[in-house]
Design a protein around this ligand. Sequence first.
Ligand code: HEM
Ligand code: HEM
Length: 183
Amino acid sequence: MASKQGSQKQGKLSLDSRVRKVNAIIAAVLSFFFFLHATLGIAHEQFGMSDALAFLAWFGVAAVVGHVALCIATSRYMLSDQVRPPSEKKKKHLALKWASGGVLLALVGVHLAAGGASGAGGSIILLLATVALLIALAAHIYIGMKSLTRDLDMSKRARAPLRVVCVCVAVAVGLFLVLSSLV
Ligand code: HEM
Ligand code: HEM
């Protein structure tokens, strides 16, 4: 009986870690894709360069819906885990990930309502909303990097350089957006 319960717990645990891994892979692809989308989108608006990936952004939106659904599953599992109850620190980190994801979602809503326009064409409000979207995207990835490296079985030492890359890309794309709006 006890061993049956034990193996049920183990089964649930491995299912959770598999869901975490799938979610981490989706999140990593999304992070790379949306930084690329932002760069190509601005280049397209500002310099008329071809934006061959524009239509793929809608597949990205579908993947974000999948990501949020998997986050609900992993969060519920973590909060109801009787075997290894989460520490206060873990709960706070989870709350931070939800808060940053929520802000990101709201700004994506504004972005989609504006038809993807980045504001480089003239509107200062749209420009500020796009800069805020970029900051929210980078902040959410920065905060999630701790779980991302763990869920993808990467070394802890990879976390800091990956965070630096994330900040540098966001700053570069932001500067590109703001400077290209001025010229
Ligand atoms: C982080 C900063 C971002 C910037 C600077 C940006 C910029 C742009 C630009 C310039 C376009 C127009 C592209 C074109 O017409 O070829 C666009 C379209 C689009 N973006 Fe973004 N984007 C960002 C983030 C996101 C995010 C996070 C999402 C969704 C999760 C998203 C979803 C979309 C979609 C679905 C379209 C197509 C809109 C339409 O067909 O009307 N973008 N974006
Ligand atoms: C372009 C959109 C998004 C990107 C690139 C992105 C990226 C990431 C990354 C890299 C992680 C860490 C992965 C991991 O825990 O293994 C993560 C986790 C998370 N994201 Fe997102 N995310 C996006 C949208 C959202 C949205 C819209 C929400 C919520 C409304 C959200 C909520 C969360 C939560 C709660 C976690 C933590 C999951 C857990 O620890 O179990 N994300 N995200």
